[in-house]
Design a protein around this ligand. Structure first.
Ligand code: PGA
Length: 250
């Protein structure tokens, strides 16, 4: 049985005080941590404030990005060790916005995953096709390339520490959510790829989140799909009640 994982990706939103206020609201909520793992990923600038606000709760902290090098002359970048030192246990890697606007390649994504896995971080690795790729029947080709690229050089133990997020780019921030059937189809495809690469134990344990306009009103039917093990939430994670509606979805 895979434990559900619901993560909020706050993207480039909220000042330190706004982020702390949201975290304080979340800290007052309750959930069964044996059933659902809950994570929030604020901007770097708010990690410490959110960590403090969440102290004593079962809500985990994640960063939205990191660099693969350990240290050095990389102005504006943050290493895995720095991410860990703020109290994070998770890091989002290869979000489509980073691939699209910051030219992150499959190789860069892979280097970041390998660097994250040298620490205790759990990488939340995003894959997903663009609208024209779906329309031209390229979805499986794109997902195959991104998944194999992400897992290059990872052994079984490393692979089993990764959380994947399937985020069709056409569904992100658009209000246009994938149907449960569309999500399930790609999630099952991803799991079959991992099965080919690592065998049953890793494939059956791998958690695959869906992301793209998930909200409280559509979460339950998505999460009911056999290969949908959680959600990576953008817009709806910026409000405590709407995020918690997803955490509590049954
Ligand atoms: P969205 O974003 O929920 O606003 O569509 C999801 C994501 O990009 O992780």
């Amino acid at each position: 049985m895979r434990k559900r994982i619901i993560a909020g990706n706050w993207k480039m939103n909220k000042t330190v005080s706004e982020a702390a206020a949201l975290a304080e609201q979340l800290a007052r909520k309750n959930h069964d941590a044996d059933l659902v793992e809950v994570v929030v990923c604020p901007p770097f600038t708010s990690l410490a404030a959110v960590r403090d606000a969440l102290k004593g709760t079962a809500i985990g902290l994640g960063a939205q990005n990191m660099h693969w090098e350990k240290s050095g002359a990389y102005t504006g970048e943050i290493s895995a060790e720095m991410v860990v030192s703020t109290g994070c246990r998770y890091v989002i890697i290869g979000h489509s916005e980073r691939r699209q606007y910051f030219a992150e390649s499959d190789e860069m994504v892979n280097r970041k995953i390998l660097a994250a896995l040298q620490t205790e971080l759990t990488p939340i690795v995003c894959v997903g096709e663009l609208l024209d790729e779906r329309q031209s029947d390229q979805t499986e080709i794109v997902i195959n390339r991104q998944v194999r690229g992400a897992f290059a050089h990872l052994d079984d133990v490393q692979a089993s520490r990764v959380v994947l997020a399937y985020e069709p780019v056409w569904a992100i921030g658009t209000g246009q959510v994938a149907t449960p059937e569309q999500a399930q189809e790609v999630h099952a495809f991803i799991r079959s790829l991992i099965r080919q690469m690592y065998g049953d134990a890793v494939a059956d344990g791998l958690r695959i989140q869906y992301g793209g306009s998930m909200k409280a009103s559509n979460a339950a039917e998505l999460l009911r799909q056999p290969d949908v093990d959680g959600g990576l939430i953008g817009g709806a994670s910026l409000d405590a009640d709407s995020f918690w509606g997803i955490v509590k979805a049954e």
